[in-house]
Design a binder for this molecule. Sequence first.
Ligand code: MN
Length: 715
Amino acid sequence: MLRQYELVDLVKSYDPEADEDALNRAYVFAMKKHGAQLRASGDPYYSHPVEVAGILTKMKLDASSIIAGLLHDTVEDTDTTVEEIKELFGEQVANLVDGLTKLAMIEQKSTNSKQAENFRKLLLAMSEDIRVLLIKLADRLHNMRTLHYIQKPEKRLRIAKETLDIYAPLAERIGMQEVKNELEEIAFAEIHKEAHASIVARLNFLREQGSNIVPKIIKQLQKDMKDNDIKASVTGREKTPYSIWRKMQQKNATFEQLADIMAFRICVDDIGSCYQALGVVHSKYHMVPRRFKDYISTPKPNGYRSIHTGVIGPENTRIEIQIRTSDMHEIAEKGVAAHWAYKQGQKAEGKNFRWVRELLDILEQASNPEEFLENTKMEMYNDQVFCFTPKGDLIGLPISSTPVDFAYAVHSSVGDTCVGAKINGEIKPLRTILQNGDQVEVLTSSAQHPSPEWDRFVVTGKARAAIRRYLRASKREQFITLGDEIIQRIFKSERMELSDKALVNVLANFECETINDLYAKVGEGLVTGWDVLKTVHPGYKQSKLTKVVNAIKSPVFTNKSKSTKKSGMEIKGLVPGMAVHFSGCCHPVPGDRIVGIVTTGKGVAVHTIDCKVLEKFSKEPERWLDIGWGDESDKEKHVARLKIMLNDEPGSLGELSHIVARNNSNISNLTITHRTITYVEILVDVEVKDLKHLNDVVAALKASKLVGYVARDKQ
Ligand code: MN
C-alpha cells in the first residue's frame, strides 16, 4: 500500500502546485473514518481508497480527484456526510464524492444485466463531471485487482460479469484502452477460468516455439519504413487473451485458425506519414480482404483514430498492423485524459499534466455541460433520463419525463390506469419530473382513466397519443351523459313531458341522427337545453323562462359558471359541466397545488395537496382527480384561513384589519380560538386572488410587531 508521503510525492511529481496539506489531511481522514473496517483480503479497509488514489496518479489526475479518490467510500460506508467533506476539503471534492456516492447507490438498484447498455448510459449521464467516472473506473479496477480475495464464487462471478458488461465498455467509451484491457483480462480469467488458462498456455507455447518471431517482424517492418524514408517506431505485441477469445467466439474459430494473434503498431509523426506507411505496407505485403479500416478519416465515437490493416506480413505470417501518429496513440491508450494533453500539446509542448488544467478549466468555465460535452465528443446522453422499475429494469425516457410517461413506457395499460407514483419509495404527484436513477413504482387502479390534465405535462409521444385517443373517445361519452342530464333537469323543472319519441321527432332540427348525437351537442354546449325544450314543446311560454333561469343556478350547475372564464374561475382537468366546490377544510386558493376528490352527489371537491382530509380517501384512488388551476388569471376572490397569534393589547385587532385592507384583502370571518394574558389566537378568513396575494398578506402580517405567529390553517 502507498504510504502517505509516497502518494503526496507522486502527485507532486506531475503537479508541483498540488495542495499538499489537503492531500495529507484526506489520507488521514480516510484512515480514521474507515477505522477498523477490513477488506476481504484482510487488509485494513483504507488501503482500498489509498490504492484507488494511486491508480488516479497514474492517470495524472488533479489533486481534487486524488482527494476524492481517498474519500470516495467515506459517505457510503461510514458516518461521514457530504457537508463534512465540503467543510474540510471544499466544494469541488464534495461534489466529486457526492457523485461517486450516487453512482454507488445506483449500482445497488440495478439487477438486470441484460440492460447493460442502458445502465452504462445512466452512469455516463450521472457523471456530470468526467472525473467522477475516472475515479469510478479506478475504484472498479482496484476492486478487480483484489477480486480473488472474495470468498464466495457467485459474488466473484457477479462482479466480474458486471465489469465486463458495464465498466470495461465504459472505459472503452471514454477511450481508456489500458484500463479496459486490464478490467477485461481479470474478468475473463474469473468467468471462463479454463478458456483463459488454455489461451495463456498456448500463447506461452507459441512464444517458446516461435523462435522470437515478433522481434523479427518488427525488425523487417522497421527496415521497410527506413527504406522509404519514413520516420517511424514499430512495436509488436500479442493480443490479449480476452480479445483472442472474443475473436474465437465471433468467428467460431479454433485457436489454431486464428492467424493474427499478433498485432504490430507503426507510430509516425504526422497524418501524411500514416498514409505513406500504409502505402509501403500494402505494396509490399498481401492485404487480407475486409481487414482494412481507416479510423483516421472516420474516427470512432470515443475519439479513437488509427488505420488498421491485415496483411500476410514478414515471415509469411498473418498479422494485424495499426498505423497512427504518436498523438493518436497517446489518446488511444489514455483516452479522455490524453485527449487534453494532445490539444494542449498543439500549443505548448511538455508538461504532461497540463491537460488536467485544461480539463478543469473547461469544466469550470463552460457555461453549460453540453458545451463541454461537445468539445470532448463524448456521448453523455444529456437528453435522456434512466429510471428503474421496482424490479430493477431500466427505462430510458426523454428529459423532463414524468411518472405518467414512465407508466406509458412500461405498458399503455399501466399508463391508462395510473393514479399515482412512488418515487424512491415516496408518493409523489404525477407531474413530478423524473431524475436519473429514480426508482418509480406506478400505482394503478382499474377505475382510473387518462386525464386531460396529463396532456399538459407528459413529454413522450406514446403517452400523449394514448391520452388524446382516450380523451377523444371519452369526451363524447361524457358529453352524452351531461347532455342527457341537462335535458332531463330542464324538462323536469318545467314539468314538461319528455320522451325518447319526442326527442327523435326533433333530431332533424338539430342536424342529429341519434338521440346520443343530440345529448352530445347539448353536453358540449352547442345546443342549449332550452332550445330542445322549445322545439319539443313549441307552445312553451316565454314568460316562464325567466323564472327558470334561477333554477339552473342549482348546485349541480355552479361549476358551469365557476369554470367558465366569464366569472373567472377555471380548473383544468375537469369535464365541462362537472360540479366543483372548494373544500372548507383547507381553503385552496389559485396557486396552491390541488387535487380533486369525487364526492357522491356533490361533484368534485377541491383540496390542497397537503390537506389532511385527503388521508380519508387514500384507499379510494378511483375518486382522485389530477387537476390544476387554469391559465386564466382570475378576478374572483378566494377565502383562505390563517391562524394568527396576536398580542392582546388595545387596538391590535384594528391594526390587523388595517394590514389586511392595505394589502387589498378583506376579512370575511374571524374567530378567537384561544386566549392567554398576553396573546390571543385567532382564525381569520381572508379573501385573496391567489396564493401570491395570500403570501403578500401573510408577509405583511409577519412584519407587524403585534403579530407573533401567522400560518395557513388547513384543518
Ligand atoms: Mn470503493
